[in-house]
Write a protein that binds this ligand. Sequence first.
Ligand code: F6R
Length: 242
Amino acid sequence: MEIFVADTYKQMSMKAAQDVITLMQASKNKLLCIASGDTPAGLYKEIVSKVKTGALDVSDWKFVGLDEWAGMNGHDEGSCRYHLDKQFFFPLKINKEKISFFNGRAADLEKECATTEDFIKQHGGITVAILGIGLNGHIGMNEPGTSPLLHSHIAEIDPETQAVGQKYFTTPRQLSHGITLGISNLIQARHIILLASGINKAAIVKKALEEEISKQLPVTLLRDHTGFKIYLDAEAAQLVQL
Ligand code: F6R
C-alpha cells in the first residue's frame, strides 16, 4: 500500500489522473472501473481535459461502473450513471458498447450482475479501479458487514449512507438498495486508486489506515492488495501520522 498526500484537492486529482493514465497505458488490457460521487470528479476532469487537448487517447479503453442505486439509471438525475455521463462519458463521447454499467431500473437485477461479471471477464479483468470512501468506510456500496467474498451483488444501504447520499439529488430519494461490484471484484483488480478529500473524511481515513482489517470496515479489506494506492489532500490526511 502506498499513500500520496497533496496540498490541495486539485493537486491530488492531477496526480491520481496521471497515475491512472500511466497504469492504463502500460497495460495490454485496459478496463477502468469508475466510481461516482464527489471525490473523483476532479480526476475525471483532468482526464477529459487531456483528451480534449489531444494529449491523451482513450479510444482503446473500456469502462465498468462501480455501482448504481436500485431503481435508477442514467435517466435519473443524481444517479451514479447520470453524474458519470455528465462528467466523463458524454464529454469524451464514449461509445456505449465500451461501457458496462448497472441498470438499477432493470426488472432482473441479478441478471445485471451476471452481465457485468461477463463484461469484466471478457475484457481480461479490471486494470485500474478508481474508488472513493464512505464516512463509514464503505467501498462502492459494500457497507460495513458485507462479505468480502462477494462479486457483483444487490446491496442493502446503511441508514447513514442513505442520508449522506441525498446530497447527489435535488429532491429526497429512496436509497435503501443498490447494485455494486463486490470486494472480490476490487481485490482482483490489478491496481486500486482510492481518493479521499476534505476534513470530513479525516476520521475515516485514519481508521482505514490504522484499524484492524475487518469486514466491519470494508476499506481495510483492500489494505493487503499490492497495487493499492491512496490519494489524500491535506485535510483528509490531517489525523494521519505519515
Ligand atoms: C460512488 C461510490 C461511493 C462513494 C463514497 C464517497 O460510486 O461507490 O462508495 O465513493 O460514498 O462519496 P463522495 O466521493 O461523494 O464523498
